[in-house]
Design a binder for this molecule. Structure first.
Ligand code: AMP
Ligand code: GLY
Length: 437
């Protein structure tokens, strides 16, 4: 079996390992955006190219007689890589361009949920001009979020009280978007705790993964600029310490209703990973956004505790016969921490030598933005490497992750607080206060 993996970050390192762990013999071919010395040794073929160029991916797939593909990041989904492969009979785990709009277009998602009466949206309205912008921000009492439509590389969302200090600031930002030819949504700012609930989806059936909480801010104490995600944790019961069982049920129901709405509206099922970014609020669970792919770092929490065979799971997504026993997860807690270059995310230093050889458990170390040179391993500017600790409790998993990530030497930093009881108790108390418990 020849399998294509598109993408080359730590998420794809985790996917590649899950594929190679399968009992089914396979040749893995990676079409990568950069050299990843963690993924490369797992592959029969490895090519660096433009992963969002469907023709380039197709050429690589045909040359290597690929049977099916797994698409890691969002850019190739948006570019229609799945559609082009499908045309020549190569199926993918990953949605077509049209359905990937769940991630790539904020209005697509909000409109779909509204049309199908899925009660998960904050109050929202979208704008193509400045007409009504101020009125709507005032209606939301200044608690608003502005979301530019289309992929903006993580810079498309600005939150009042966070990035925008006032309604005047919000208006200025909206004017900038209009001047740049962009449309945008304004929505109610949700207050609560964020969590990720990812589901495998074969077009009809969903199987849910353990819930995970990511940490977007760069520095200890949730301070500093937003990042791609500095680290994540999940709990042995597959919920999170600040959630109630009904929160998890709500999130699962929203993913299920969304997949059903997609099928009914487009006549085409969503095949791939449906990743809901949720907010548990005072009253219920709301959807912040969908991603049409695995989360990074969330993948490093869930795939290492997947007991089922990953290739069989992917094939059941492709064949449309996904069922709960295809995706069984161990009842273990995980804590994943990313080491990133000094200066990340705004002015990361680049091309400095780092050393990961002291990490004891190399199997739970995932490489991201690094390269192998004559002078050794270097960090190349984005998130460098992640380590996931796995244990019966979050506290034990945190100790393992912290001890291991500290062994990476070089001009790097990580968040010591992710997964610690101090930070988790803070989250629990925020939810208790919000809900008057
Ligand atoms: P997104 O690009 O949609 O993932 O949004 C980035 C971040 O903005 C999210 O992870 C949230 O922290 C925040 N955010 C987005 N929408 C809202 C909302 N309605 N209320 C509060 N925070 C939000
Ligand atoms: N964990 C954030 C993301 O994958 O987008």
């Amino acid at each position: 079996m020849n399998i294509l993996l598109v993408g080359s970050g730590a998420r794809e390192h985790a996917i590649a390992r899950a594929i190679k762990k399968s009992k089914h013999e396979n040749n893995l071919f990676c079409f990568a955006s950069s050299n990843n010395p963690g993924i490369k040794p797992l592959c029969t073929g490895y090519e660096v190219g433009k992963i969002s160029d469907p023709q380039a991916v197709l050429n690589f797939a045909q040359t290597n007689k690929i049977d099916w593909a797994f698409i890691g990041p969002e850019a190739p989904l948006e570019a229609g890589v799945v559609d082009v492969l499908k045309e020549v009979g190569i199926p993918s785990v990953g949605p077509t361009k049209k359905l990937a709009q769940l991630e790539t277009s904020k209005s697509f998602t909000r409109d779909l949920l509204t049309e199908y009466n899925i009660p998960a949206c904050p109050i929202f309205k979208y704008f193509e001009s400045m007409k009504g912008v101020r009125d709507f921000m005032e209606h939301l009492k200044g608690n608003y979020v502005v979301k530019a439509d289309g992929l903006m590389g993580g810079k498309g969302v600005k939150v009042s009280g966070d990035h925008l200090a006032s309604i005047d600031d919000g208006e200025k930002w909206c004017q900038e978007l209009i001047d740049a030819g962009k449309t945008f949504l304004i929505e109610q700012k949700l207050i609560g705790q964020e969590f990720s609930l990812m589901s495998f989806c074969d077009g009809e059936h969903l199987v849910h993964m353990p819930a995970v909480q990511d940490h977007k801010r760069a520095f200890v104490g949730d301070l500093g600029p937003n990042t791609g995600g500095m680290g994540t944790y999940s709990d042995a019961d597959h919920s999170l310490p600040f959630l109630k069982p009904y929160d998890i049920e709500d999130a699962k129901n929203i993913n299920e209703a969304t997949a059903k709405a997609i099928k009914s509206k487009f006549g085409e099922g969503y095949k791939g990973i449906l990743y809901g970014g949720f907010m548990a609020t005072a009253t219920d669970v709301k959807l912040i956004e969908y991603n049409a792919r695995f989360g990074d770092p969330e993948t490093m929490n869930v795939l290492p505790i997947l007991e089922s065979d990953f290739i069989e799971l992917c094939q059941s997504i492709i064949d449309g016969n996904l069922s709960p026993e295809k995706a069984i997860f161990s009842k273990l807690a995980t804590v994943c921490k990313y080491a990133v270059p000094n200066g990340y995310p705004d002015e990361p230093i680049k091309n400095q030598t780092i050393d990961m050889s002291a990490v004891t458990d190399q199997d739970h170390l995932y490489l991201a933005s690094v390269d192998q040179t004559e002078n050794g391993l270097i960090e190349t500017g984005s998130r460098t490497a992640a380590f996931v600790g796995i244990a019966p409790t979050i506290a034990e998993a945190e100790k393992i992750a912290e001890a291991e990530i500290q062994k990476i030497t070089g001009p790097l930093f990580h968040r010591e607080d992710i997964g610690t009881s101090d930070l988790i108790n803070k989250r629990i108390n925020i939810m208790k206060e919000l809900r008057n418990i």
